[in-house]
Write a protein that binds this ligand. Structure first.
Ligand SMILES: [Zn+2]
Length: 359
């Protein structure tokens, strides 16, 4: 499958990324067209790394001097076989070898990688300027999260390192992260990542329903519905889009048709924080809450979040005005909202979504 997208490109340095050979004391040069390939791929969400036979310190210093070191994750600069370097990079990023590409001017190095890792796609240095034009380096959609994928990865690495060394209680660690959540009305630009979230969040999806781009687009234009997107950040950097909420506003009741959060942020209790916020806003608006819930094999955690927030299966007259879900096994969970305290570990900012609305 030659067109399968490349998720990570691993670069050789001497006479591939730069012109010249470091060890021979050449006057090294980073061609503009190569720098442009690096920044272009980065902006498309394609991660990059280095596999080079050199001494680490001087090679890395050279990349820093040109201001491009930050583009390369998990660099492998040393004297081992390149196939092992590429393998460690792919494993470190948790990518299949088929999602990894390798570029090197030396035919023997390409052959060595291809022999041990036949799924890795290999390119010559001559092909570098053309890489951004190839389909495997051209994602169909580049979401906001893709654009900041490398920074999210780097933030996560720093976060994990601090977590490892943190000895206090969990709550204290969460507080030390200075987590900030934003809840905003989704726009056209958010649709791709909202759609992706509904597709990829099977554990934390309250109905298991996957909304297509077209369905979401219709709901964005529908004054009776709110499509909300949640993003999370902390002092290490962005977590990106982590949650989506779909609410139908009815007479006296808000029907939560979908609540899905990314598995990446379960540890921060993001789902519970979103629910807490929603319950508080519903109380302020004087409406009941009804949530569609359809048990799947994987979303028990979401049921626990609803139960924990106080939702029950008790009957209430308000459900008569709610839309009937398409799936017969969908339940209506119900709550008479009460005011909620702000969460202790995440600061929530929401634009004036509820209750006023002037459409
Ligand atoms: Zn009710």
């Amino acid at each position: 499958m030659p067109d399968q997208p490349v998720k990570c490109l691993v670069w050789d340095l001497d006479n591939t990324l730069w012109r010249g050979t470091l060890l021979e004391g050449d006057d090294l040069r980073l061609p503009d067209e190569v720098r442009e390939v690096v920044t272009t791929l980065d902006a498309r969400g394609i991660l990059q790394s280095v596999a080079s036979k050199n001494d680490h310190a001087p090679a890395w210093r050279q990349l820093e001097r040109w201001g491009v070191a930050e583009y390369f994750l998990l660099p492998e600069i040393g004297w081992g076989p390149k196939s092992e370097s590429v393998r460690r990079i792919a494993d470190g990023l948790r990518f299949a070898y088929s999602a990894v590409a390798f570029v090197d001017d030396q035919p023997t190095e390409r052959a060595e990688v291809a022999f041990h890792l036949p799924d890795v796609r290999c390119y010559t240095h001559d092909e570098v300027p053309g890489l951004p034009h190839r389909p495997e380096f051209t994602p169909l959609v580049v979401t906001e999260d893709a654009r900041q994928r490398r920074r999210m990865y780097q933030a996560n690495a720093r976060r994990t390192a601090v977590r490892r060394d943190f000895t206090g209680p969990d709550q204290e660690f969460l507080r030390s992260l200075e987590l900030r959540m934003r809840i905003d009305r989704a726009t056209d630009r958010d649709l791709a990542r909202v759609e992706e979230l509904t597709r990829r969040t099977s554990q934390m999806n309250a109905t298991g329903v996957h909304y297509s781009d077209a369905a979401l687009r219709r709901l964005l234009a529908d004054a009776g519905h709110e499509v909300l997107v949640t993003t999370l950040a902390d002092r290490f950097g962005p977590h990106g889009a982590v949650g989506v909420v779909l609410v139908a506003r009815k007479e006296g009741v808000w029907q939560v048709k979908l609540l899905a959060t990314s598995c990446r942020v379960v540890q921060f209790g993001a789902g519970a924080v979103i629910l807490n916020w929603l319950v508080d806003r519903a109380f302020a608006a004087g409406v009941h809450l009804v949530a569609d819930f359809r048990p799947t094999e994987r979303n028990r955690m979401m049921e626990i979040a609803y139960r924990f927030a106080g939702f029950t299966t008790d009957p209430c007259a308000c459900t008569t005005v709610c839309d009937r879900p398409d799936e017969a096994d969908t339940q209506h969970l119900h709550l008479v909202p009460t005011p909620r305290d702000a969460p202790g570990t995440i600061r929530v900012t929401a634009t004036d979504l509820f209750p006023a609305r002037g459409r």
